[in-house]
Design a protein around this ligand. Structure first.
Ligand SMILES: *[C@@H]1O[C@H](CO)[C@@H](O)[C@H](O)[C@H]1NC(C)=O
Ligand SMILES: *[C@@H]1O[C@H](CO)[C@@H](O)[C@H](O)[C@H]1NC(C)=O
Length: 291
């Protein structure tokens, strides 16, 4: 039931180029919300089965250490942080090896397995998005106590906020459990999630965030587990899931355009991982050696 996706390096580079162009001012911190695509290890501190604190996770991370990232090495926010001249790896908020001194230049609130919908995070008892935001509020207070109000406000306003999730809402929730399917058609569910994404961003904005990147979903029908279960389709990608991913990304993109008009002083971008992922899956040899 753990739907995770890694191999994001090219997405990161694309994303980074876009980000640099909109964030000319310096970025003092990178602050992260979302699911396994960006979780730096928060699930280690949560009572869930969905963890990645064992090898081969982390085998290419500094020290070969399985941090709780769902990846062999670093994840996209780490590269983005490094590219802005900050830490090469963003610490997880719930990791007791770190404290507010470490979090001043970046912090991760993400939790693998979570979704926009509360019902998604409930499946594997991971951190719901409203709780990620509660942790962020707690972080703001700690930051103010640590560096003072003026400096804290500067950090919080100028920071880059990364939000990446959505896949689990479809694959762990809608297509598996009966509740949402009985309430919504798939298009209505996409709209429901888009509404929740909008509310999340509005809440984040009202707490002071201004530079925000919202990441869409990858070709989720090509995730290894989906292909493994697609026995009738010769273990090929599940085209229907990919179609939904494209449709949902279109809605998130439109949401970002609307929010840029609605939220005064905010600079939001939509980051679309779909096509670069597709390309990597279809033509892996173009991207180096794949085992
Ligand atoms: C954070 O931890 C370091 C040691 O790891 C310690 O030196 C520092 O005082 C701590 N900072 C705070 C604010 O607790
Ligand atoms: C999700 O749960 C939180 C906490 O119980 C609640 O405040 C929020 O309204 C819920 N969101 C939705 C869309 O039901």
């Amino acid at each position: 039931m753990a739907y995770t996706y890694t191999a994001w390096l090219l997405v990161i580079i694309t994303e980074f180029l876009i980000l640099v162009s909109i964030t000319k001012a310096k970025v003092p911190a990178v602050i992260v919300f979302g699911d396994s695509s960006v979780d730096a290890g928060n699930n280690n501190a949560v009572s869930t089965l969905l963890k990645s604190n064992f090898l081969p996770y982390g085998r290419d991370f500094a020290g070969g250490h399985a941090t709780g990232r769902f990846c062999n090495g670093r994840i996209p926010p780490d590269f983005i942080s490094e590219a802005f001249g900050l830490k090469p790896a963003i610490p997880a908020y719930l990791d007791s090896n770190y404290n507010i001194s470490d979090f001043t230049t970046g912090v991760c609130f993400a939790s693998a397995g979570t979704g926009y919908d509360n019902a998604t995070s409930a499946v594997l008892n991971v951190i719901p998005m409203w709780k990620e935001l509660e942790y962020y509020k707690e972080y703001q207070n700690k930051l103010r106590a640590h560096v003072g109000n003026i400096k804290a406000n500067e950090i919080l306003t100028e920071a880059l906020y990364l939000i990446s999730l959505g896949t689990n809402d479809f694959l762990e929730n809608y297509y598996i459990l009966p509740t949402r399917q009985s309430q919504f058609t798939i298009k209505q569910f996409e709209d429901f999630l888009t509404g929740l994404a909008g509310n999340f961003i509005r809440n984040l904005y009202s707490l002071g965030a201004r530079k925000i990147s919202l990441t869409g979903v990858p070709p989720m029908g090509c995730l290894p587990l989906e292909r493994a279960m697609n026995i009738m389709g010769q273990n090929d990608c599940v085209e229907n899931y990919n179609k939904v991913a494209l449709e949902f990304n279109g809605k998130l993109k439109a949401l970002v355009a609307r929010l840029n008009k609605e939220l005064h002083g905010a600079r939001l971008i939509f980051t679309d991982p779909y096509f670069i992922f597709s390309q990597i899956i279809k033509k892996p040899s173009l991207y180096g050696k794949f085992m």
